[in-house]
Design a protein around this ligand. Structure first.
Ligand code: SF4
Length: 430
């Protein structure tokens, strides 16, 4: 303990504990596979964990299990197998890694993934819909799609009280009722609204903390690297949503980040340029990709990935436990809509965030196999550059497929970007 009662090893605790939680999670999944426990396959943008946890489903996030194959350097083996089986090189790499995983009976570098009993998805990515049809065909399981109305036009979100919002909320609420009926039919158990309140209370604490942590990175230097550390925290946001473990982890993480911010402890000692990241990281060379920036003094202070891939939890939406089902519909609508907006209508948010985060430059990372996130990036960049004088970098690689990752080409572009940042700073009026 330090003099003010905080643990001496507080710095770096979030990474250590996050890794330990994930090792345990995969061990639990391996046991669940052996026991044949009811398992729901869900996605990060709208997992509906609050409902599914009421029925004690094991939750599998195929996006996370797939990206782990890339981080562990074996994604190409899975991609090759799925392509040999007939899937095109062009489609989402997460899907192909998962197809190979299913063909291998769930064998994953971190354990064994159980087969699905049910799949639950939203319309936040159109790939979700085609992806879950694969499980439907393989396992003849029910697939539930929750259709979340998105923002109709940039800058025109509606809020509670607005007739359009209320109509959208009723539409989401009626689908949640259908999901509850389906879970009851699949598990043979009755829905318990008090259990829902308990789970929602844990989610409230986790969402509050996630928002606070992202906010704390406005500190100079930034307490955490939004690209690398942020990905670990993001994994916990999704996989432990609605659980006491997730809540305890995020209480500790807030303590760690507040400790670092108060003492000027940055993720990077030599923070020279503060960067915003758009897109999904390059997992096949994750550490080296990050070093191409940090090696030049670049520090990632925020990222749209921390918004959309958290299903909009960055908003810190708080459920009202006195009206759980109505509030769940409201929260799902607002949060999943925000996740979609973080991919499709980013320009205003980027402009709003640039100043508070002291952003020196914005990195757009388009990836070959994710059209949902990448398609509009070039247009977003153009619109942003027309509205603001802010340096941007546009690079391309992939989040899974090392065949389309050219480290030398990335390095050239990134080095030129940093030269530009340094020149601008030299020429800036004192
Ligand atoms: S958002 Fe991109 S990476 Fe995620 S499932 Fe959709 S296509 Fe794949």
């Amino acid at each position: 303990m330090t003099a003010n009662g905080q643990p001496a090893d507080i710095v770096g605790r979030g990474i250590r504990d996050g890794a330990a939680l994930f090792r345990r999670r995969f061990a639990d999944l391996t046991e669940a596979a052996e026991r044949g426990q009811p398992t729901a396959y869900v996605f990060v943008m709208g997992s509906l964990a609050e409902i599914l946890r009421c029925f004690d489903f094991e939750l599998v996030f195929p996006e996370i299990t797939s990206l782990q194959t890339a981080v562990r350097g074996v994604a190409h083996e899975y991609l090759d197998q799925a392509e040999d089986y007939g899937y095109s090189p062009d489609i989402c790499g997460y899907v192909k890694a998962d197809v190979a995983l299913q063909l291998r009976g769930g064998a994953h570098p971190m354990g064994r993934i159980p087969k699905p009993t049910l799949a639950v998805l939203t319309n936040a990515c159109n790939t979700y819909i085609k992806w879950s049809e694969i499980w439907e065909r393989l396992y003849r399981i029910p697939v539930f799609t929750l259709d979340v109305p998105g923002t109709r036009e940039a800058g025109r979100r509606t809020w509670p009280g607005d007739p359009d919002f209320e109509a959208d909320k009723r539409y989401v609420a009626s689908q949640i009722e259908e999901l509850i009926a389906l879970c009851e039919a699949v598990t043979g158990r009755r829905f318990d609204v008090d259990r829902l309140r308990e789970v929602m209370d844990h989610t409230n604490a986790l969402s509050r903390a996630w928002r606070r942590i992202i906010d704390l990175n406005k500190s100079v230097p930034a307490p955490f690297n939004a690209l690398t550390d942020g990905t670990v925290y993001l994994g916990v946001v999704n996989a432990f949503r609605g659980t006491p473990e997730g809540r305890a982890y995020f209480d500790d993480l807030v303590e760690e980040m507040e400790h670092k911010a108060a003492r000027g402890i940055g993720a990077q000692a030599d923070e020279a340029f503060r960067l915003m990241f758009l897109g999904i990281p390059c997992y096949p060379i994750f550490r080296r990709f990050n070093e191409l920036f940090t090696g030049r003094g670049g520090s990632f202070v925020n990222s749209t990935y921390l918004w959309f891939a958290a299903g909009g939890a960055n908003l810190g939406f708080q459920y009202d436990l006195d009206r759980p089902l109505d509030s769940l519909a409201e929260g799902v609508l607002i949060s999943v809509r925000d996740a979609m907006d973080s991919m499709f209508f980013q320009v205003q948010d980027l402009m709003d965030q640039a100043e508070p985060y002291g952003v020196d430059g914005i990195v757009f990372h388009a990836i070959k196999s994710c059209r949902t996130v990448s398609t509009g990036l070039a247009d977003t960049r153009r619109a942003l550059m027309a509205a603001r004088d802010i340096p941007t970098l546009f690079i391309e690689s992939d989040m899974m497929d090392r065949r389309v990752v050219s480290e030398a080409q990335l390095k050239n572009r990134i080095d030129a970007f940093f030269e530009n940042l340094a020149t601008r700073r030299k020429l800036a009026p004192a």
